[in-house]
Write a protein that binds this ligand. Structure first.
Ligand code: ADP
Ligand code: MG
Length: 721
């Protein structure tokens, strides 16, 4: 038996590429059949007609019925892109935008980036020929800054509206304005034309013709914007009322029976419980893939490693289990792996964030494991503190999750909590706009000319306290003037950068502190999750490896050290490989070298690559804005002073009993165990974020001098006394 000697862990060998022409044809046939059998296919004509008849349409449909992938194609074929206009579809999540665009490009038989493309922050795969464009809701908001009428679009589909991300909510308000503004433009132009015509310069019969012509021109210039809101939740009332009683239609789905199992007692460690359940299903249940809902990248990668380890302990014949992760910062070429079938005889276990709840539908799932948690943003407007917390899902989410098991046949869902707990869950999750820091969206609304934030027509209004606190924060960062207008140039510059206001401020200041090189790296590294990885079984080795990069001054400089070490390695390799002619080959070799280096140094290569991409994008923005880019070299004092000047709202001071007190909010916090400053005796730090588990932790900290705060942020600290 040849498999006896195989030591290699089973790895997914999946390829998107058809091996030969016949494969390609049969794949095209399969895709065609799949499309025709989707529930939405049978109501195609009706839906197109509804869109033609209504400027605002709400479509409610079960997950997997084909809304996201099919509707844009129906509309394209019905002529909604004539005159070169674009159909835009927004998604709350980047992964959804990418994977769906790839799928639709395949269904259309076109290369991604031509007729079908996607655009997300830091990654644009569209061209002038793109007509069906998937994008994140946040990106469309940014586009509105450059093109207030969104004049390139004939149709905008706001997908996954039930998710109620803060960007979706704000976008809906904005789109309402755009619809109105386009209509007003037509009328205004018509009025002007009418006035001109009645000046008596033209004769009566010419006047009529001129008017009609002008009206036609206006309408061509400003055709009505079709707005479609799609949602998986059955309650369309809120959306409909918001748009003045807009029409709502329902698309039937297909759902098989799903058996729900609960645990007898509450689990203390849901990750452990999930792991046990994965293997119970794998060893005791019939064929079918498993979908596990976890809260984030770190957890997913942890479980992935544990599954691999456990597999090694099983007899050879039981090892036919392959893992496929999916989370938002997974590099796009790895995302499509979840859609590929496992090798023959193998079972696939998909480890997903709540992205797999409604945003993407993965075929082949029969078992769902739902620990019942999500990572969510939470905001305390009194303290002005935003934090990431792990909270229980809502009932609606639990139902969506179990539904994933019954798409293709009867399935099973294992909820890792007792049935009594289910009854205690909230019906639905509170919209994000009511639990996040609003400074980012306020900055964008201001840049769009919306001055009265409290009076803005929100789908659901955030609290006045939250709006005020966020305005105050923007003011303290220098983005707003005394009368609450965007300041020039800082406020305008901050609005242009696709980053959190504090990060934008740090970059702008860094150009004055001569450390923009360093700040660009720091901001890019902070924009990804977990650069370091620390497997349980090799914890000591990982710690030793991290020491090589650690800066006694804190995590920001440590992250910069990692980035620079990787960059140097690649530079060196590029020089060595310079003689080779084939660009692609050089890239391939570099990839391998980098991955090896990352493995040896316990660095997460996925995250590092993502950070590099972000770095080159932000650098482009900063160059365009004309900010001078220079490096402070070894004078890291400049860099830390710059951090103090920009992150002064996130400063914490050591207390006699060893904990820290966040100065702006007064909260008692501790330095996160992953920080290089954990258990150090540093007096004063700034931090990047607050995370709340059993304790309140501050993450990514850097040592500063307390006196710098009064020196560099006197408007805040002198005031505080
Ligand atoms: P909805 O938006 O109504 O939830 P979708 O349009 O996302 O539904 O999905 C319709 C169907 O397309 C689903 O059955 C799903 O399995 C399939 N599908 C979507 N994306 C892919 C993909 N990348 N690979 C394979 N199948 C896919
Ligand atoms: Mg969808």
């Amino acid at each position: 038996n040849t498999t006896q000697t195989r030591k290699q862990k089973p790895v997914l060998k999946l390829s998107n590429q058809p091996r030969c022409a016949a494969d390609a044809i049969s794949r095209r046939e399969i895709v065609k059949k799949q499309r025709e059998s989707l529930p939405i296919a049978s109501v195609k004509e009706r839906l197109v007609q509804e869109v033609k008849n209504h400027d605002v349409l709400i479509i409610v449909g079960e997950t997997g019925s084909g809304k996201t992938t099919q509707l844009p194609q129906f509309l394209f074929n019905a002529g909604f892109c004539s005159n070169g206009k674009v159909i835009g579809i927004t998604q709350p999540r980047r992964v959804a935008a990418i994977t769906v665009a790839k799928r639709v490009a395949e269904e259309c038989g076109v290369e991604l980036g031509l007729k079908v493309g996607y655009s997300i922050r830091f990654d644009d795969k569209t061209s002038s020929s793109t007509r069906i464009k998937y994008m994140t809701d946040g990106l469309l908001l940014r586009e509105a800054l450059l093109d207030p009428y969104l004049s390139r679009y004939s149709v905008i589909i706001v997908d996954e509206a039930h998710e109620r991300t803060v960007h979706t909510d704000v976008l809906l308000g904005l789109l309402k304005n755009v619809q109105r503004a386009r209509l007003k433009s037509v009328i205004d132009h018509a009025v002007v034309s009418n006035k001109k015509a009645s000046n008596g310069i033209t004769k009566e019969n010419e006047k009529g013709a001129e008017c009609t012509n002008f009206l036609k021109q206006c309408q061509r210039k400003f055709p009505p914007l079709k707005l479609i809101i799609m949602s998986a939740s059955l309650d369309a009332r809120l959306f409909s009322e918001y748009f003045g009683g807009a029409r709502a239609v329902h698309v039937e789905g297909r759902q098989h029976h799903v058996d729900i199992f609960y645990t007898l007692h509450a689990e203390t460690d849901y990750v452990d419980a999930a792991l046990i359940t994965i293997f119970q299903i794998h060893l005791e249940e019939g064929p079918g893939d498993i979908l596990v809902f976890l809260t984030g990248q770190e957890e997913i990668e942890g479980v992935e490693r544990l599954v691999q380890e456990q597999l090694q302990k099983l007899p050879e014949e039981s090892r036919k289990l392959v893992t496929a992760p999916i989370f938002s910062s997974l590099p796009s070429e790895q995302q499509m792996r979840v859609f590929m079938p496992a090798p023959a005889g193998h079972r696939k276990v998909i480890l997903a964030t709540n992205i797999a709840e409604t945003s993407v539908t993965i075929p082949g799932i029969k078992y769902v494991i739902d620990p019942g948690f999500i990572k969510a943003r939470s905001y305390d407007p009194v303290k002005g503190m935003e934090s990431l917390i792990i909270i229980p899902t809502s009932k609606a989410q639990a139902l969506q999750r179990s539904g994933r098991a019954g798409r293709e046949g009867p399935g099973k869902c294992f909820r890792l909590y007792p049935e009594s707990e289910f009854e205690k869950l909230e019906d639905s999750t509170k919209p994000e706009i009511k639990r996040c820091n609003l400074s980012n969206v306020i900055l964008q609304l201001k840049a769009l000319g919306v001055d009265d934030i409290i009076g803005f027509d929100f789908l659901e209004k955030p609290s006045r306290a939250a709006i005020q606190k966020s305005l105050e924060e923007l003011f303290l960062l220098g983005a707003l003037t005394d009368d609450c207008k965007l300041s020039d140039p800082v406020g305008h510059q901050m609005a242009r950068l696709p980053l959190d206001p504090i990060y934008s401020k740090a970059l702008i200041l860094a150009s004055q502190f001569n450390c923009l090189e360093e700040m660009l790296i720091a901001v890019s590294m902070l924009s990804v999750e977990s650069i370091f990885y620390n497997p349980r079984e090799k914890s000591e080795e990982a710690k030793t490896a991290k020491k090589c990069f650690a800066s006694p001054d804190g995590d920001h400089l440590t992250l910069i050290n990692v980035y620079r070490a990787a960059d140097e390695l690649l530079q060196k390799r590029r020089m060595e490989l310079g003689i080779e002619r084939n660009e692609k080959d050089i890239k391939g070799k570099n990839e391998k070298i980098l991955r090896k280096w990352c493995r040896e140094n316990f660095i997460n290569s996925r995250s590092l690559r993502h950070a590099c991409d972000i770095h080159s994008q932000i650098r482009g923005h900063v160059e365009q804005m004309g900010l001078p880019i220079s490096s402070c070299g070894d004078d890291t004092l400049q860099f830390r002073r710059c951090l103090a000047a920009s992150f002064f709202l996130n400063a914490a001071l050591k207390q006699p009993e060893g904990t820290y007190r966040a100065l702006a909010s007064g909260q008692v916090v501790q330095i996160h165990p992953t920080s290089v400053l954990h258990q150090s005796k540093v007096e004063c730090v700034i931090f990047d974020e607050l995370v709340q588990t059993s304790q309140k932790y501050i993450r990514n900290t850097t040592r500063i001098d307390y006196l710098w705060l009064t020196e560099l942020a006197p408007h805040y600290y002198a005031m505080q006394g």
